[in-house]
Structures are given as structure tokens and as C-alpha cells.
Design a protein around this ligand. Structure first.
Ligand code: PHE
Length: 448
């Protein structure tokens, strides 16, 4: 164990607790709000295929690297890079991760707030309280956006204040099974509705002519965002991990959970969209399928309203709660990164750090709430570009500064025979060559 620091900083109570917390970080708006429409509009099964390749061949090796860095150092991303080498540049990579986390969190809470507000909108609509329902659905209302984002942020802070095992682990251990249960039940319902099979076809049939450098860049960005990579979330979560846990195995479980839930979310959302089309609701803008935002915040509510009655109410509320839960388990990890940075580096007590950082991010969120066009800009800079760049530099650090062999030595704790496995021969190749080149190539071709 990382000695005294682990007791002060906290640690996971159980392996399952860690897996659920890390999977909770991974599974979020990226899976339910962004992924399904990206698949449907950017090539169906072809996008899915590229996404899976990016996830397993680029994302998974980077996740292993982040967890190893975190557990070895027992620190936040900045402290981790500092403690594993004397190189002055790499702590800045950790800092870049902290900045990306803060900026992603600032717009993430606004979208999460929309989802949370819509759960109540469904109730207001059911009871015919139109004024309240209309207020809740007006995503252009900055004041409304700011208030609900604040509620969401305060909820996140309250969980973080509880610490690693009593706060984060406990909350995600209840929320993740609930989330999986809700998705499966909703898929069961949607599949029985007319129009659903057309949606399944749109979702899964590949259109290989759509594979372009733009698609590959988009799928790679999505993979990094969805796996919570490139900003130190998994360095931080890894820093609370017990030495007896097997890192590659844990990373594989988190990756599979993330991909599995993204896949299920697609199987829920795209067919639901075609059920809506069947019910006479417009789902195309020109010849393009509606965007993620229109889909989730206009078409699906219209579908729930058209189903009407208690069924419409229950489906609507449950769906938006699902989205809110998924978002909350992710905002927890987004906030934990800068909070752990402040706790470790400035020796601020957890409670003070959580409220201070959380409310600081809320100021940025409020600006975003009033200027929602910033969401796209922030998403592009800090998610699509920022996370792959963070991942690239993490690979370079492990390959050339800390050395993959030191990482494998760290992984021997919890995986004694690792040096006799194929993994220990192949993983370094990914970290030295395949991941950095793939990421770099993607970023460069996207600009050209
Ligand atoms: N993985 C989360 C999602 O898919 C977002 C996230 C990104 C969370 C980076 C933490 C760190 O929605």
C-alpha cells in the first residue's frame, strides 16, 4: 500500500467498488447522449467498428498506463508525474488534464442539468402544469440552465465531500446497477413498439463508404471521452487502488462495461427514435438525422408525450433519471480530479477543497449556461483535442521517461505472473508505437 498517504487520501473498499466507480466515470452522457446519434449519423455499423477498434487498441492500453501511474504514485495527475520522474515538463501534462477536467465539467453540468430538468418536465406535463413544463424545457433560458446546473453541481460536491469509499464508492455502487437495470427494461419496452426494427437496422448496418479521416478522428475522440482517458481521471482513481488488484484485468472490465453500456444505449435510443418517426414525429433535419441534443431533448420527450398517460410519464421520468444518474457518476470523477490535486498539492482538507473547487467550476458553468454555444467549442478543444493529446503525452511519458518496464513492475502487484504473459510483450509496443502514432496521425489528418 502507498503507506500513510493512502489512509489520509482514502482508498477503495473493494475491487467491485473500484470497478463500478471507474465504470461510472466512463459511462455518462458520452454513452447515452452522444454515442447513439454519432453511430446513426456517421456510418452505422461502420462507425461502431472503428469505435471498437479505437477503444480496444488505443483506449485500453492508455487506461492500463493511467492506472499504473496512479497506483504507483498514489497521487493526483500533477503529483503523479512529479513523483515518477524529475522531468519538469510532464507535471504540466497532469495540469493540462486537470484543466481539461474542469472545462469539461463546466459544460457537462449544463447538459446534465437539462436531463435532470426534463425528468421533472415529464411530471409537470402529465399534470398539465404547462408553465412549469415550458420553463423546464427552455434550454435557451440561461437562468434556468444555471439554476439546474448548480443543483447538479452541489449534488456532485456533496458526494465528493464524503471521500473515496464513503462518498464516491458508496454512491456509484447503488447507481450503476440501477442504471443497467433501467436501460435493459427500457430496451425491452421499446423493442415491442412499431418502428423499432427499422431503428435497429439503421444502428447496426454498416455503411463503409462513410469511413473517412473525419469519422476516425470523431470515433477516437469519442473513445477517449467515453473511457474518461487523457485527463488523469484514471490516474486519480488508480491512486486509490489497492496493490492486490490486477490492473490489466480491472482496466479490461471497465472498458467492457463502458462499451457494453454504450452499445445498449444505442440499442435503446436509435430504435426509440424510429418509434417516434412511426408515431409521426419528425426525426430528420433535411436528410440528416437530428443531432444528439435535438434527439434527446426534443424528439424523445415528444415521443413520451405522444405515448401519454401513465406509461408516457413513467418512461419519460425513468429515461431522464437514467441520463441524470449516468451523468452524476461521471461528474463525480470529473470533480474528483481537481479536488485531489488541491488536496495533495496544497494540503487543503477534502471538504474545503471540494466546495472551493466545485463552486469555482460552477462559475464557469454559469457562463456556459448563459452562452450555450460555448458547449461545442469547449467540447472540441478540451474533449476532442485535449483528451487525445493528454493520452499521447501519457504514452510518451510511460514509454520514454518512466519506462514501460517500471509500469509492468507495478502491475506485478496483483498480477504476479504478468512477465510470462503475452500482455507484457504486446502492451509496451502499443505504448511505444501504436497508440502514439495512431493518436498523432489522427490529430494531424484531422487538421489537414
Ligand atoms: N466518460 C464520461 C462520459 O462518457 C465523461 C468523462 C470524460 C468523465 C472525462 C470523466 C473524464 O460521459
Amino acid at each position: 500500500m502507498a503507506g500513510t498517504s493512502s489512509t489520509e487520501r482514502g482508498s477503495w473498499n473493494s475491487k467491485l467498488g473500484f470497478i463500478l466507480a471507474a465504470a461510472g466515470s466512463a459511462v455518462g452522457l458520452g454513452n447515452i447522449w452522444a454515442f447513439p446519434t454519432k453511430v446513426a449519423t456517421e456510418g452505422g455499423g461502420a462507425y461502431l467498428l472503428v469505435y471498437l477498434v479505437c477503444t480496444f487498441l488505443i483506449g485500453f492500453p492508455v487506461m492500463v498506463a493511467e492506472l499504473a501511474i496512479g497506483r504507483k504514485s498514489g497521487k493526483n495527475p500533477v503529483g503523479a508525474f512529479k513523483s515518477l520522474s524529475s522531468n519538469k515538463f510532464f507535471p504540466l501534462v497532469g495540469l493540462w488534464g486537470v484543466i481539461c477536467g474542469v472545462m469539461i465539467l463546466s459544460f457537462y453540468t449544463v447538459i446534465a442539468g437539462w436531463a435532470f430538468g426534463y425528468a421533472f418536465e415529464e411530471i409537470f406535463f402529465y399534470f398539465g402544469w404547462d408553465a412549469g413544463a415550458n420553463w423546464l424545457t427552455d434550454t435557451s433560458n440561461g437562468f434556468r440552465n444555471a439554476i439546474i446546473a448548480a443543483v447538479f453541481m452541489i449534488g456532485t460536491i456533496k458526494i465528493i465531500v464524503g471521500g473515496v469509499s464513503d462518498g464516491i464508492e458508496k454512491a456509484t455502487k447503488t447507481m450503476m446497477p440501477l442504471l443497467i437495470g433501467i436501460i435493459i427494461i427500457m430496451i425491452g419496452y421499446v423493442m415491442t413498439q412499431p418502428g423499432a426494427t427499422e431503428g435497429v437496422r439503421e444502428y447496426l448496418l454498416p455503411d463503409f463508404s462513410k469511413i473517412t479521416t473525419g469519422l476516425i478522428f470523431s470515433a477516437m475522440g469519442q473513445a477517449f471521452f467515453s473511457l474518461s482517458l487523457g485527463m488523469g481521471a484514471l490516474i486519480t482513481y488508480g491512486s486509490y487502488l489497492n496493490k492486490k488488484e490486477n490492473i490489466p484485468q480491472a482496466a479490461a472490465m471497465v472498458t467492457l462495461a463502458d462499451v457494453g453500456i454504450a452499445f445498449l444505449a444505442g440499442l435503446l435510443i436509435i430504435p426509440a427514435m424510429y418509434v417516434a418517426k412511426n408515431a409521426g414525429i419528425e426525426i430528420f433535419v433535411g436528410d440528416q438525422l437530428a443531432s444528439s441534443t435535438d434527439l434527446v431533448f426534443q424528439i424523445l420527450p415528444a415521443l413520451f408525450h405522444s405515448i401519454g398517460g401513465a406509461a408516457g410519464l413513467i418512461l419519460g421520468v425513468v429515461f431522464f433519471l437514467l441520463l441524470s444518474i449516468a451523468a452524476l457518476t461521471s461528474t463525480i470523477s470529473l470533480l474528483e480530479v481537481p479536488v485531489s490535486f488541491v488536496i495533495d498539492e496544497y494540503k487543503v482538507p477534502r471538504k474545503k477543497a471540494s466546495w472551493g473547487v466545485g463552486l469555482g467550476v460552477l462559475v464557469v458553468s454559469t457562463i456556459v449556461a448563459f452562452n450555450t454555444s460555448l458547449i461545442g467549442t469547449f467540447d472540441y478543444i478540451f474533449s476532442n483535442l485535449g483528451l487525445p493529446i493528454g493520452g499521447l503525452l501519457t504514452c510518451i511519458f510511460v514509454a520514454f521517461v518512466w519506462k514501460t518496464d517500471s509500469a509492468i513492475t507495478e502491475m506485478e502487484y496483483g498480477f504476479a505472473g504478468i512477465r510470462q504473459t503475452l500482455f507484457s510483450k504486446v502492451w509496451p509496443m502499443f505504448i511505444y508505437v501504436i497508440c502514439p502514432l495512431a493518436i498523432l496521425y489522427n490529430i494531424i489528418t484531422n487538421f489537414i
